[in-house]
Design a protein around this ligand. Structure first.
Ligand code: AAO
Length: 471
């Protein structure tokens, strides 16, 4: 009897390590910032037929909408509530995607941002992805609702209220990560609201979660939260299946918080994997490919059945998070393909492939000024400017910018173009030919601004520049 109870307890707790993939598939792909409708089509057209076990999707929860910089990818890591609309699509599109992917044997794993809400400086208003009102100044998030009582600030002991020192465990878990309002997950009420959000997704058919920023939450609180989650939807999963949990904890050594505090309650991201593999394939620090003979635990990684592994992730492919310069990305295509091939072939860990988008990098002192750029699928009408008369300008996201002067006087003004810094060819007065511009040139600064001059005497009193007219 005792043995039976022990077995069932173990069974319960072990279940969330199981990715629930069909036919024992061992790899998933992160479709970073993809739209739900596109993911549904990708599941049917490519991922299902080609043996992918699942997709990690970008956070589906309602987030703040940031306009400076313009709609950065990272705005989705600042929830203002748990309504299900984002720039990837609305709730109906999300449900349709989950259904269609499940129907072709491809699981959906949700990136759950539950450590915090938006940044403390997020302001108040309806600048959110479903248009819901919130007020970051007094920590009021009415759609959940969360209020001032639901945050950790009283327990944080740093002057700034932010995490200042990763060597202090209390700071890391009770203070604000880069200014993000830190939820008090120790409160039953807060856990209940977070569990409701995750359970709604489970009932819709998702197979599990990437849990964001777990280093910043107490493992005990997370354990209770995971225990509150429903079993998976029996339309697609066998009865009693538990949601797969993989927790983002960056542990490259040197800090008091370590991965092993978390792998009792779910899998954990193994960041050492990509950092070391990058060194090996780049042949840095005297590393050689032949050294991977004992790849895995032999390299000081966590146990294989606890690890979620990847060559790069959405943070470190653009200089956020951790891992350093050795991380291989699509920018080093030849080496990157070898690294991904090695990862998929090797038995260590449960593997995640990265699928992202290209953006124009702009390095100033080794820092990419464009590390914020959002996905190309989303090119809204933006950066509107007018002089109250007959001069106007606007951009299409970060892809194109146009200015008109239909006044009887000159236009001369500095404007935000939404475009990455660089020199662009105006495609009204000329065009880009063999890398040169046959018309006017427009210089866009690192801050996206350009000084525009259009005389009212010109034959065509307007200017248009776009991503492909960059010189
Ligand atoms: C944005 C703005 C901020 C602004 C904030 C609030 O950029 O300027 O203050 O809004 O208004 C993403 C972006 C952030 C963005 C945020 C919210 O990356 O730039 O902030 O959305 O919009 C830590 C966490 C880890 C986190 C990582 C980025 O531990 O959880 O920072 N990753 C996740 C997501 C990520 C997201 C968030 C969390 C927030 O994947 O996309 O942020 O939801 C050390 C620590 C790590 C720590 C890093 C970076 O790493 O160990 O725990 O990660 O520092 O601070 C060596 C060491 C390595 C060390 C590294 C860097 O490699 O070995 O341990 O150096 O020092």
């Amino acid at each position: 009897m005792k043995l039976l109870i022990l077995a069932s307890l173990l069974g319960l707790s072990l279940a969330q390590f199981n990715p629930n993939t069909k036919d024992g598939k061992t790899a998933i792909v992160h479709l970073f910032e993809w739209r739900w409708a596109d993911i549904a089509a990708e599941c049917e057209r490519y991922l299902g037929p080609n043996g992918f076990g699942g997709v990690q999707i970008s956070p589906p929860s309602e987030s703040i909408v940031v306009t400076n910089p313009w709609h950065p990818w990272w705005q989705r890591y600042q929830p203002i509530g748990y309504n299900l609309c984002s720039r990837s699509g609305n709730e109906d599109e999300l449900r349709d995607m989950i259904t269609r992917c499940n129907n072709v044997g491809v699981n959906i794993y949700v990136d759950a941002v539950v450590n915090h809400m938006c940044g403390a400086g997020g302001g108040s208003g309806t600048h959110s992805s479903c248009g819901s009102y919130f007020n970051a100044n007094n920590k009021d998030f009415p759609t959940v609702p969360f209020s001032n009582y639901d945050f950790n600030d009283g327990k944080c002991n740093t002057g700034s209220g932010n995490i200042e020192n990763y060597q202090d465990v209390n700071q890391v878990r009770n203070c604000r990560l880069v200014g993000l309002l830190d939820l008090a997950l120790e409160k039953d009420y807060v856990r209940g609201k977070v569990a409701d959000y995750m359970n709604k997704l489970i009932d819709m058919g998702v197979a599990g979660f990437r849990v964001d920023a777990c280093k910043h939450m107490w493992p005990g609180d997370l354990s209770v939260l995971y225990g509150m989650l429903h079993n998976l939807n029996t339309k697609w999963f066998s009865s009693g299946s538990r949601p797969f949990i993989f927790q983002e904890v960056i542990d490259l050594g040197g800090e008091p918080i370590t991965s092993n505090e978390y792998y009792g309650i779910g899998r954990v991201t193994e960041f050492k994997y990509g950092a070391k593999l990058g060194n090996i394939i780049r042949k840095w620090n005297g590393e050689k490919l032949s050294y991977v003979k004992n790849w895995g635990e032999g390299w000081g990684f966590m146990p294989s059945d606890k690890a979620l592994v990847f060559v790069d992730n959405h943070d470190n492919q653009r200089g956020h998070g951790a891992g350093g310069a050795s991380i291989l990305t699509f920018w080093d295509a030849r080496l990157y393909k070898m690294a991904v091939g090695f990862m998929l072939a090797h038995p260590y860990g449960f593997t995640r492939v990265m699928s992202s988008y290209r953006w124009d990098r702009n390095f100033v002192n080794g820092q990419d000024q464009n590390d914020w750029i959002g996905p190309p699928s989303y090119e809204p009408f933006s950066n509107w400017w007018d002089n109250g008369s007959n001069q106007i300008a606007f951009s299409r996201g970060s892809r194109g910018f146009i200015v008109f002067n239909n006044d009887d006087w000159d236009l001369s003004v500095s404007l935000s173009t939404g475009l990455p810094g660089g020199t662009y060819c105006d495609v009204i007065s000329g065009q880009k030919e063999n890398g040169r511009c046959t018309g006017k040139q427009v210089d866009v600064g690192g801050d996206g601004k350009a000084t525009i001059r259009i005389s009212n005497q010109e034959e065509d009193p307007f200017i248009a520049i776009h991503a492909d007219s960059k010189l």
